[in-house]
Design a protein around this ligand. Structure first.
Ligand code: FEO
Length: 165
């Protein structure tokens, strides 16, 4: 059985994943409106991934015979200063998600909730990769600064990465 504490924490994480999906969709919308088609595609795919993360936890709670509370999702930001700003915010968000997963993992560890630990293991690994990818994009965008042709090259590269993934 899963304790109420862990169930609540996992419900909160489901909300955070769906919230992330909506944030990425908002970022994708901004990119599309500012002619960054490659980034828009990348962020749209990221949005779908976040939804899949939420569903993974949704399935897990149901498999453990727990109630799932689908809470309200906040309105995502609609305005960004630049493509760099978009990816800096994405990176910050991924860091917050990692902190949240770490905290739930610790809770499950303290309570010896072994099945939850195994489920959360996947998320720990995923966060390492998600943070790394966002951090690298931020570094590249900082490197090229305001050079429009370099920014557009990076944007094109993101569309290739998105398609390859
Ligand atoms: Fe599901 Fe990017 O955290």
């Amino acid at each position: 059985m899963i304790s109420d504490k862990i169930r609540e924490a996992l419900n909160g994480q489901i909300n955070m994943e769906f919230n992330a999906s909506y944030i990425y969709l908002g970022m994708s919308t901004w990119c599309e409106r500012h002619a960054f088609k490659g980034s828009a595609l990348w962020l749209r795919m990221q949005s779908s991934e976040e939804q899949a993360h939420g569903m993974k936890l949704h399935h897990f709670l149901l498999a453990r015979d727990c109630d799932v509370e689908l809470n309200q999702i906040g309105k995502p930001p609609a305005c960004y200063e630049s493509l760099l700003d978009v990816f800096e915010k994405a990176y910050e968000h991924e860091q917050r998600v990692s902190e949240s997963i770490d905290a739930i993992y610790k809770l499950a560890f303290d309570e010896k909730a072994f099945a939850a630990l195994v489920e959360l293991q996947w998320f720990l690994t995923e966060q390492v990769s998600e943070e790394q990818v966002c951090r690298e994009i931020v570094k590249q965008l900082r490197m090229v600064k305001d050079d429009p042709s370099a920014v557009l090259d990076l944007d094109r590269e993101l569309s290739t990465r998105a398609t390859a993934a």
